[in-house]
Design a protein around this ligand. Structure first.
Ligand code: FAD
Length: 512
């Protein structure tokens, strides 16, 4: 814990470097930043709002001199994983929202270079204004999330190329000591391919800065997706749980054969109900979780479906698109109970400049309707994600779902689950424990449920693709010298441990 004389001296120095307006210490704002969508106890000393990379470096130097830890956030919408709250106590938040420039853009080569404060909304607006035929898909929470924060967490999206981290290059990174490095070819002056070629020459360093605490990313290039000339949205459903394994194997074969090039999303009936409305408090007479009888009663609008899916066919022209559609329809028909296609190129949530998100779903267990300006932290929505990765096989996914469903029901939560089929090999199973933080005891039960699910999944070989701040010590220990390597890197790159201590550094495994 930094001593208070050092913190005060650091605050004076940051105030001199940034201006008083950009060093926030008022209790109310700090309390807001200490609030997530689950219980946290970490205190925050201040919030710094630098305007550019030079100011970021100045902040980092002061943090080193005074040994005060910093926690960088870009837009700070990491809901369900900790929001803006650092994993360890007494950090100062480095809020990068003022670094909000779109630095470079190329329509032909389909890339955009941005600073950390640039949001999906800003980029989609920019693309529209420039009559661009490019798109970037938005995370399911909000278009006010940042491209860089989402990518660094290795976030996902529906539609084209949903695995964000595979679409980045040319990072500019302020190191924990204040030095600045660039990844890929960006380190060479005038390198022509620095925004279109990720590897550079020599060891590829990008991975060191995602899900880590080894640097502050102040610039990144993301590859955008050309909107295809032909796209066609389709949706489907199944009426029986035990048809799911076969459907998943079928979807895998469709992806493998190139008939399905977008991420395919699957949602169980609980998840769909959270999109459509809120918990039936009156009918349930205030009891949770949802009984199967009540579930059946309120599932009328779902037409008997228990799992729902969506995807899109894409093609360079109508002729090829229609052939793909014919084959996809024939191969999918046998494993679904309902299948429908939108008209070609009709507006849809997967392709194009779409801003749709499902944030209202986290108000499922609240007693009042979602407000116009939704903020799950302020509104005390309870959300904790538990998101294991599974091989793309019906058998493996069914096993993973079984564990999640059993655990969530045992702790009194609806098993609200989605599946994102991101590649031909792996899927993310996305379970959200959704509750009302105002209900006494639910913060504790929800966290116990999350921890039990994480343990039970790991016992069966399923590990999460991403962790919340409360779960950084929750995964099983490595069976090799991974802890030693992380410690060696951290000690040498961040000798005073000032950058996001405890964030994905697995220090509980560090050798003495
Ligand atoms: C209903 C709902 C749906 C959601 N759907 C999705 C989804 O579809 N896909 C998805 O990926 N997520 C989803 N999320 C989770 C979350 O909202 C998104 O991942 C969101 O993009 C994260 O917020 P952000 O982009 O503002 O990142 P931030 O909160 O700014 O950053 C995330 C973390 O990355 C680190 N970081 C941020 N910026 C930097 C930097 N410049 N340098 C170093 N480290 C940095 C910090 O530790 C920070 O805590 C969902 C959440 C909810 C509640």
């Amino acid at each position: 814990m930094p001593d208070s004389a050092n913190v005060n001296a650091a605050i004076d120095a940051w105030t001199a470097a940034l201006g008083a307006e950009y060093v926030i210490t008022d209790e109310q704002t700090l309390a807001g930043a200490e609030t997530a969508t689950f219980a946290t106890s970490q205190r925050i000393k201040a919030i710094l709002c630098p305007a550019d990379r030079d100011q970021v470096q100045a902040c980092v130097l002061i943090a080193n001199n005074r040994r005060v830890p910093l926690y960088p956030v870009s837009a700070g919408k990491n809901w369900g994983y900790g929001s803006r709250v650092p994993p360890s106590d007494d950090c100062v938040i480095l809020a990068l929202g003022r670094l909000d420039r779109i630095v470079d853009f190329d329509e032909k080569l389909a890339y955009i270079t941005v600073e950390p404060g640039v949001t999906f909304e800003q980029v989609n607006r920019f693309l529209k204004e420039n009559n661009s035929r490019l798109m970037i898909n938005v995370p399911g929470s909000t278009h006010q999330a940042s491209l860089i924060g989402n990518a660094l967490e290795r976030g996902t999206a529906h539609g084209l190329n949903g695995d964000r981290w595979t679409r980045v290059c040319g990072l500019e990174v302020v190191m924990p000591t204040g030095k600045c490095i660039h990844t890929g070819l960006e380190r060479f002056s005038g390198a022509r391919a620095s925004k279109v070629f990720a590897w550079g020459i020599g060891p590829s360093l990008d991975g060191l800065f995602s899900q880590s605490n080894l640097g502050i990313v102040t610039r990144m290039t993301l590859w955008l997706d050309p909107i295809p000339d032909f796209f066609q949205y389709f949706s489907f459903s199944i009426d029986q749980e035990d048809s799911l394994g076969g459907l998943i194997d079928n979807l895998q074969s469709l992806r493998r054969d190139g008939l399905l090039e977008t991420t395919c999303g699957l949602y169980n009936h609980y998840r769909v109900l959270t999109y459509l409305g809120q918990y039936p408090w009156d009918e349930s007479e205030g009891k949770t979780p949802l009984s199967s009888e009540l579930l059946n009663r309120i599932s009328g609008p779902l037409g008997g479906g228990v799992w729902f899916g969506e995807g899109a066919i894409i093609a360079p022209n109508r002729e090829i698109g229609e052939i793909k559609q014919k084959h996809l329809r024939a191969r999918l028909r046998g494993s679904v109970d309902d299948l429908s296609f939108k008209a070609p190129n009709e507006e849809n949530p997967l392709i194009g400049h779409c801003m749709n998100t499902g944030l209202s779903s986290v108000y499922w267990r609240k007693r009042s309707a979602p407000p116009e300006q939704m903020d799950p932290d302020v509104d005390r929505c309870g959300v904790i994600w538990c998101c294991p990765v599974s091989p793309f096989s019906g058998k493996a996914v069914s096993r993973c779902l079984e564990i999640l469903e059993r655990t969530m029901v045992a702790f009194g939560f609806e098993p609200i689950i989605g599946i994102q089929c991101l590649s031909i090999r792996a899927v993310y199973v996305l379970a959200s424990i959704v509750y009302d933080r105002n209900q006494e005891g639910h913060d504790e039960t929800a966290m116990q449920c999350h921890d039990a699910a994480l343990r039970a999944l790991a016992d069966q070989g399923f590990f999460p693709y991403r962790l919340g701040i409360q779960a950084m010590t929750g995964v099983s220990p490595s069976t090799d010298d991974y802890g030693w390597l992380l410690r060696t890197l951290k000690d040498s790159l961040d000798p005073f441990d000032i950058l996001a201590p405890g964030r994905y550094d697995f220090r509980q495994e560090w050798p003495d």
